[in-house]
Write a new protein. Structure first.
Length: 272
């Protein structure tokens, strides 16, 4: 059955929650001009977070289009980049904006929802999660298998759990099905892939590989976490293998997460 979804003009990582900005000044290591242009592997997930109750939306990969960069922002070649949303109360933008590139521990910004940036411990959890479980085949604009969509969505839930929940005593304390933080902070999800998300989180014991990540941050728009591309990829682009590498890059860039609010009619049409 071919399903049709009504296009929503405002795209969210999750619900929009109104907060007064509480900006923590991070030291940018560069800038990138990017716009959100699509998504890759994803699935529907029900979420409780940011003061919202039971919102249905897409959990998966955000595709960004980069057109310019400065300093570390030049590391990513112009073109498609895969990324994960890391905050709930900010809109994504299809317009090209100049984002700061900051270290992962310095995001997300603004910090009103979380009471501060994520910090070094959470950043290390994200680096190991990415190093162990990220699959570059989730990134791109083509079709994806059931397994790819399920794993990409579970990975997204694990990212949100790390960023939005209070730190547990040990990795076994992570649980995407339970909101363990007071007030509007915290995160929980209902999804058949939550066991996979929790498995990923429970294995983060500090012994796994750690990916080299950065945050693209724009105060007033959704922040993203991204992977620094491999040096060999950058070198090949510099040698002019643009066409062949562009297809590779769609699969080897960075994982992202897309969240888009659905109303009850849309949910019913999907379930039908």
């Amino acid at each position: 059955m071919k399903l049709k979804l009504v296009k929503i003009s405002a795209v969210f990582c999750a619900a929009v929650v109104l907060f007064l900005p509480c900006v923590t000044k991070a030291t940018p290591v560069g800038t990138v001009d990017i716009a959100q242009v699509g998504h890759g592997a994803n699935d529907i997930m029900q979420i409780w977070a940011g003061g919202q109750e039971g919102i249905y939306g897409y959990a998966g990969v955000y595709m960004l289009e980069k057109t310019y960069g400065t300093n570390e922002g030049k590391i990513w070649p112009d073109g498609p980049i895969g990324a994960y949303c890391i905050e709930w109360a900010e809109l994504s933008s299809s317009n090209t904006l100049t984002y700061d590139v900051v270290m992962p521990q310095d995001g997300p910004i603004p910090t009103a929802l979380l009471g501060g940036t994520m910090g070094l411990t959470k950043a290390k959890y994200l680096q190991e999660l990415w190093g162990r479980y990220f699959d570059p085949s989730w990134v791109g604009s083509g079709s994806f298998t059931y397994q790819q969509n399920t794993k990409a969505a579970a990975f997204a839930a694990a990212v949100w759990e790390i960023v939005h929940e209070n730190l547990p005593m040990n990795p076994l304390g992570w649980d995407v099905t339970v909101d363990g933080s007071p007030g509007d902070r915290g995160f929980r999800a209902e999804y058949f892939g939550t066991d996979l998300a929790n498995y990923m989180l429970h294995t983060l014991d500090g012994t796994g590989p750690r990916a080299d990540l950065r945050v693209f941050s724009y105060n007033g728009q959704q922040d993203y976490i991204v992977l620094i591309p491999e040096p060999t990829t950058i070198a090949l682009l510099g040698l002019g293998g643009a066409f062949s590498l562009l297809r590779r890059k769609k699969r080897k860039s960075i994982l992202y997460t897309k969240y888009q609010i659905l109303d009850e009619n849309q949910v019913s049409s999907i379930e039908t």
